[in-house]
Design a protein around this ligand. Structure first.
Ligand code: BV8
Length: 234
């Protein structure tokens, strides 16, 4: 008998999905950009001006991400794979989706688990848990920096993300303020007939066609995933 293709769910995540794992968000009260300015740590100019400060910031975040564990929101998203074709597009630089068991994660803003050469970005090594130092170099002598897309740098995998968004029957957006572009623009490429849900503690404006679920992802997503999975098995 021919097997029917599984329905596709596109999950688009931001820092809020990892908040209950103990990782700080960016723009909430107490978030990273409250105590640190973007221009001081997350731009190519900051890296040129004060690389030690940039490394301090990312060494601290590397350690926090390594110590964090997936929370019920990451686990619920991973569980959806039992009945759906799930693609995750994430702005996050932690690896909690992968550690929760999700198999298809498309990264827009890089990965805190890797360092790369500033001379040759294809030269990558695992980001050392004890941190990067300014003495760390690639074989060609270039400094090693975090594999993070800083402000003013081109995002990665955007075409692939667009393709996945525009072919999904459901789009689940979780824990993002939708304030960083071009990532935030992805929501407008969802299929008009797709079921569209946004889960966050707070938002400025809900994108057109989305149903807003206000609250913690770790509480809402397990229930939503259960509902979608039981509808599928009926
Ligand atoms: C580029 C690195 C061109 C840092 C990150 C159009 C208009 C205006 C400006 C621009 C534009 N297009 C581009 C720009 C410029 C810029 C930009 O968008 N600026 C903004 C600030 C206006 N964009 C860029 O520079 C991009 N590059 O355009 O390149 C180019 C092209 C070709 C060649 C060369 C260049 C690059 C952007 C990449 C930035 N990098 N990361 C780091 O991670 O260390 S962005 C940073 O913001 C993080 O990665 C983060 O993921 C991302 C998005 O933030 P959110 O995830 O949404 O987090 P936030 O704190 O804002 O919100 C949290 C949400 O969670 C809230 O809604 C809250 O309610 C909710 N929440 C909290 N707790 C919970 C929860 N929800 C559920 N449960 C909870 N428990």
């Amino acid at each position: 008998m021919m097997q029917r293709a599984k329905e596709k769910i596109l999950v688009f995540t931001g820092a809020g999905v990892s908040a209950e794992s103990g990782l700080k968000t960016f723009r909430d009260s107490g978030g990273l950009w409250e105590s640190m300015r973007i221009e001081e740590v997350a731009t190519p100019e900051a890296w040129e001006r004060d690389p030690a400060k940039v490394l301090d910031f990312y060494n601290m975040r590397r350690k926090a991400a390594a110590q964090a564990k997936p929370n019920p929101a990451h686990l619920a998203i991973a569980q959806l794979e039992t009945a759906f074709d799930v693609a995750i597009v994430t702005q996050n630089v932690d690896d909690l989706h992968e550690r929760a068991g999700s198999s298809r994660v498309i990264r827009l803003h890089g990965n805190l688990s890797e360092a790369k050469s500033e001379l040759d970005p294809s030269y990558r090594i695992p980001y050392p848990l004890e941190g990067l130092s300014l003495d760390d170099r690639c074989p060609r002598g270039g400094r090693l920096r975090p594999h993070i897309v800083w402000f003013g740098e081109a995002v990665e995998n955007y075409e692939l993300a667009l393709e996945e968004v525009s072919t999904a029957g459901r789009m689940l957006v979780v824990g993002t303020s939708l304030s960083v572009y071009p990532a935030a623009g992805l929501v407008s490429y969802a299929r008009p007939d797709a079921e569209k849900v946004l889960v966050a503690m707070d938002i400025d404006a809900c994108p057109e066609g989305f149903e807003f679920f206000k609250g913690r992802a770790g509480e809402i997503l397990p229930k939503l995933a259960q509902k979608w999975l039981s509808e599928k098995n009926r």
